[in-house]
Design a protein around this ligand. Sequence first.
Ligand code: ASP
Ligand code: MG
Length: 425
Amino acid sequence: MVKVFKFGGASVKDPSAIQNVASILSRFPKDNLIVVVSAMGKTTNKLEEIVSAYQHKDEYTFLRLVEELENFHFDILHALFPDRHVKIYDIVNEVFHLLKARFKKSFSENYSYEYDQIVSLGEIISTHIINAFLVERGFSSAWVDARLLVRTDNSFQEANVDWKKTNELIGDYLEPMFALNKICVTQGFIGHTSEGMTTTLGREGSDYTAGIFAFCLQAESVTIWKDVPGMLNADPKLFEDTVLLKQISFKEAIELSYYGASVIHPKTVKPLQNKNIPLFVKSFIKPDENGTSIQEKTDFDNLVPSYILKFDQVLFTITPKDFSFLVEENLSDIFKRLAEANAKINMMQNSALSFSILVDRKRIDPEKLLAVFADSYQIRYNEGLELITIRHYDEKTISKVTENKEILVQQRTRQTARFVVKKIK
Ligand code: ASP
Ligand code: MG
């Protein structure tokens, strides 16, 4: 059986972090491992800037950014491979050479297509470096190109997996690979269309890739190695007294990631749940500790209240101009228009005469939304809000997390309380 490990950007951000990955892998000498790796450190953000410089034909910025990224990776190479004649230098050089050459080609109409061709390179480079390092350290390891195995549609930047084809490709390709190697190192986040174009699965999508490989290989387990001890009941950057969730169910993990807990990508859990493959979230700093175990059983789900904050929210209140009641017909009209405006709704609520939705400010242009509704609806909106979701709430947690905040909207179900709040200045 195969274990799937995922290492994110922070776990491969510098030479000592990469050495630590090797030391974690050395704890599993008997296992076949798929090691899914993200781009190193903040590489993906940098590549996004590079795409933007390319789009705006700003050659100076483009070259400066590419050079910074090149230096970042070469510093890592120099630390890991003092012998500068090893093949990995040529491999990485070639990627940067092709990236620079790309600037000469014109930027096509399709931004998302261009984005995927460039941003995917972060993972290509990181996996080459990590595989080369493992091989040098004597591991039985091979580099696997996820672009040949993860088949997607052509929704660039947010591609959808073709499960049937991916299942075939992964099964056919990896079986002989594992006959010869203990470890296969591959890229998170990226795939390929049937025409052979590179796609990406959405930001932070490497966790999802781990889920895809695990599903297709019927893996024994997936472990996501993080810089936190596991899944916590709140973001440790915002709260001091966080508690580790030692064991939760698939269902609970889906709920928490859906509401915005950023520890795992929301799409990751479903394929694992479907095949009952346990998911572990563990610290790469303290690999001996148990971390969080996510599996079928729901027994431990409601032991601790978990709370998740989303900032920079906008609350839109939509009212029909003719004061008609909000019944099914105009609700469906409202939803149609929201889909047209590409609004991703975090929360909604209705009364007799108005319908309110909460959206990430980053994902919507208020003016665009107003325009879509202008002919028959009146819209008011309120910016700079926070959405607080508390799973398994109690009154103590509610007063703690809503302290000094004005509550504009609240919703409670049996397990979940949600508050749209504004900071009191
Ligand atoms: N490198 C990609 C990102 O930063 C994918 C990932 O890290 O999961 O979004
Ligand atoms: Mg990342």
